[in-house]
Design a protein around this ligand. Structure first.
Ligand code: GLU
Length: 491
């Protein structure tokens, strides 16, 4: 039987980074089995429904290239993919359960249920329905229905049974039926609850494998009972551990950015994000850390997902991002930077686009080893494009580098100009530039820092910047001369 998986989010907020990991695990498992990955929007809880979140979800999934094989944007024959458009289907199936005597009408008012819950809570008892309506006679039920009394429909939980299911991550899980609440399946407004809709839809959509967060483990016995009540074959369950934040705290909106969108806006590369989160909860059993998507598809094993909670650290993710940036071909990196700039800082993109691509590629050549996320790009590069800032004497004078005075700095800069103006010296590649500077420094019996420090400062006027020789390579002969001369004039 071919594999069918699904991601079934409730559209209530942005896409949480933990949900992205769930999507990823579904995706990897599906692709390695040539299966089908479906997207279903679970929007039956209208009180929590947030309209923009569906569009946001689609955008996020497309941005990280985890695109479902079937879903609202690419329908197949299993739609509709919004639960709110499947209400007739749930009505049909709830009738089946009533006929099979696996569900019953409940006429209890919400006031009564609140009172019951409060009473149980005050006695430190688990909050559960007390089954008051379970034993109504058919006549009593008919009478209430005829009178138009509002009702819900509840699951009939068998008495004194063990409910068992096998979880691919947790192993066998058994729960006594007495601990299972007689869950509402249909609400008074004719909408199904999550528990009912999820089972009906997973069955009708042919889902073979349910991979989801382990917060759903306590709900699974109810789902198991529903599969049994309908006489349907059960899917395989894999409940993956949650992602926690620093200090083992729940990774929530309150602990900072946890939405995938916010990481995309900080310009994390999708491939780096996916690589990093794939390892939170999955043990690849090797020391390798960088995995391409095709390697992940090949190597990921559900059975190597562990039970332990995993800690999500943005800093670690930035480390992965830096690795991906480092290994990129320069033109590819430039294309990516361009894409991100066009999305988030079009003004800066327009501004730097007046410079030659050759110049920008050289900047990226140096930046590649230092930039962790793309949102650092502007800060790290502005001074390459802007006019050089005014001379900062405190920066250029640096006794540790044997530049004790402005006069010292001036002497070094004049030497650099002499070198740069000599057309016979090639400055085409970093090696040649290095050799030329070493030769001239030696010939004057000076120290490297003595010359290179003022040159670096004159070219960048920044506290931190690449080294002098790299800057000379990036700026090239003419621009280097211009910048240094300007500083010399101010001395
Ligand atoms: N709609 C549920 C959610 O928001 C889906 C849980 C499941 O995958 O069964 O997470």
């Amino acid at each position: 039987m071919s594999i069918v998986t699904r991601f079934a989010p409730s559209p209530t907020w942005y896409v949480h980074i933990g949900s992205l990991r769930t999507v990823l695990y579904n995706y990897l498992f599906t692709k390695q089995n040539d299966g089908k990955f479906m997207l279903r929007i679970e929007d039956t809880d209208r009180t929590r429904y947030v309209e923009w979140s569906v569009e946001n979800l689609m955008w996020v999934l497309a941005s990280v290239w985890l695109i479902a094989d079937e879903g609202p944007n690419n329908p197949g024959d299993k739609g509709p993919y919004f639960q709110s458009e499947r209400l007739d289907i749930y009505q049909e199936y709830i009738k089946v359960l009533l006929e099979k005597d696996k569900a019953y009408y409940c006429f209890c008012s919400s006031e009564r249920l609140t009172e019951l819950r409060e009473e149980q809570q005050s006695l430190w008892l688990p909050t559960k329905y007390d089954k008051k309506c379970r034993y109504l006679t058919p006549e009593e039920i008919q009478e209430k229905l005829d009178s138009g009394a509002p009702y819900t429909i509840r699951l009939k939980v068998p008495e004194n049974e063990e409910i068992t299911f096998v979880d691919a991550v947790r192993g066998k899980i058994t729960i006594p039926s007495k601990d299972v609440d007689e869950q509402v399946l249909m609400k008074t407004d004719g909408f199904p609850t999550y528990h009912f809709a999820v089972v009906v839809d997973d069955y009708l959509m042919g889902v073979t494998d349910i991979i989801r967060g382990d917060e759903w483990i306590p709900s699974t016995p109810k789902h198991v009972l529903l599969y049994q009540a309908f006489g349907w074959e059960m899917p395989r369950f894999s409940h993956v551990p949650p992602l926690l934040g620093a200090g083992w705290k729940k990774l929530s909106k309150r602990t900072g950015d946890v939405s995938v969108e916010s990481f995309l806006a900080k310009w994390f590369l999708p491939e780096a994000m996916l690589n990093y989160i794939s390892l939170l909860g999955w043990n690849p059993k090797t020391t390798q850390e960088i995995f391409s998507m095709s390697e992940l598809i090949e190597k990921f094993k559900l059975s190597d997902v562990h039970r332990a909670w995993a800690i999500f650290e943005e800093e670690r993710m930035a480390g992965f991002n830096a690795e991906y940036i480092k290994s990129m071909q320069l033109p590819t990196l430039w294309n990516k930077v361009k894409t991100y700039l066009s999305r988030y800082d079009a003004e800066y993109l327009e501004y730097i686009s007046t410079y030659s691509e050759d110049f920008i590629l050289k900047i990226l050549w140096e930046l590649q080893t230092r930039m962790r996320t793309f949102n650092e790009f502007k800060n790290l590069t502005e001074y390459f494009f802007a006019d050089i800032a005014d001379l900062n004497p405190e920066l250029i004078v640096n006794p540790k580098m044997k530049v004790s005075s402005i006069a010292d700095a001036k002497q070094s800069l004049e030497l650099a100009i002499e070198l740069l103006e000599n057309d016979e010296i090639s400055l085409d590649n970093p090696e040649e530039i290095k050799q030329a500077f070493i030769d001239i420094i030696k010939s004057k019996d000076m120290k490297n820092g003595q010359v290179l420090w003022p040159v670096r400062v004159a070219l960048s006027m920044q506290q931190f910047s690449p080294w002098a020789l790299e800057l000379v390579y990036i700026f090239g002969r003419e621009k280097s001369i211009q910048r240094i001369s300007k500083v010399l004039k101010q001395m």
